[in-house]
Design a protein around this ligand. Structure first.
Ligand SMILES: [Zn+2]
Length: 214
């Protein structure tokens, strides 16, 4: 775990809260174990940031990433998509459904932007920056650069999928990126949480257990 040199949060820092939605919490269609626990933790962290972005997985019905869109396939199987391997998921975060809504305990009224992703029916989007074809941008890089942010702090669900890919893309785009681990939970399919820690380390993404008290 690498230390963050300066945990004083300033004007060039932004918190990116990834997919804290009902379907990713216990009782939801694609529940991340203990996913709901992050809501109060993130609320507390967000109070220290002037700038916050929320992301929201937001799929049309019949989305390509749903196992139900592939006859004979079960959730959590991996298929070969045109753009590479794609894990198939239970139907989740369908646009305008209760499952796609933010968890009711998440309360960040000063968040400036809700970035929706996964809206292309034929491509999944784990990252808040690029769809899973790795080349279709969501526009978030432009927003962050134009606003002058330099350090990104990430929290949310799931650590080993959408938080991971968002953190890695943010780093590749030249931002300093820190994942706050106590504010994330993992799905952990086939050791994906361990693979995520390794990959973040290789790419130079910071991980901290929490933000030090001020
Ligand atoms: Zn999704």
């Amino acid at each position: 775990m690498s230390p963050v040199e300066d945990q004083h949060i300033g004007a060039a820092d932004i918190l990116i809260v990834v997919d804290v939605q009902n379907d990713f919490c216990p009782g939801g269609a694609l529940a991340v174990p203990h996913g709901d626990e992050v809501a109060p933790i993130i609320n507390h962290i967000a109070a220290r940031f002037r700038h916050v972005v929320l992301t929201q997985d937001w799929h049309p019905r019949g989305h390509f990433s749903f196992a139900s869109s592939h006859p004979g396939k079960k959730p959590f199987a991996t298929i070969a998509a045109d753009y590479g391997p794609q894990v198939l998921w239970p139907d989740h975060c369908v646009q305008d459904s209760l499952g796609a809504a933010f968890h009711p305990a998440l309360h960040i009224p000063h968040a400036a932007l809700v970035l929706r992703k996964g809206m292309n029916p034929a491509i999944d989007s784990y990252s808040a920056f690029y769809e899973n074809d790795r080349k279709t941008p969501t526009g978030l890089v432009g927003y962050l650069r134009e606003r002058g942010f330099r350090r990104l702090f990430l929290a949310g669900l799931a650590f080993d999928f959408c938080v991971r890919y968002s953190a890695e893309d943010g780093k590749r785009e030249g931002f300093a990126v820190t994942v706050i681990e106590d504010a994330c939970r993992s799905i952990d399919i086939d050791d994906s949480a361990a693979a995520t820690r390794k990959s973040l380390a290789v790419l130079g993404v910071n991980r901290v257990p929490n933000l030090a008290p001020i």
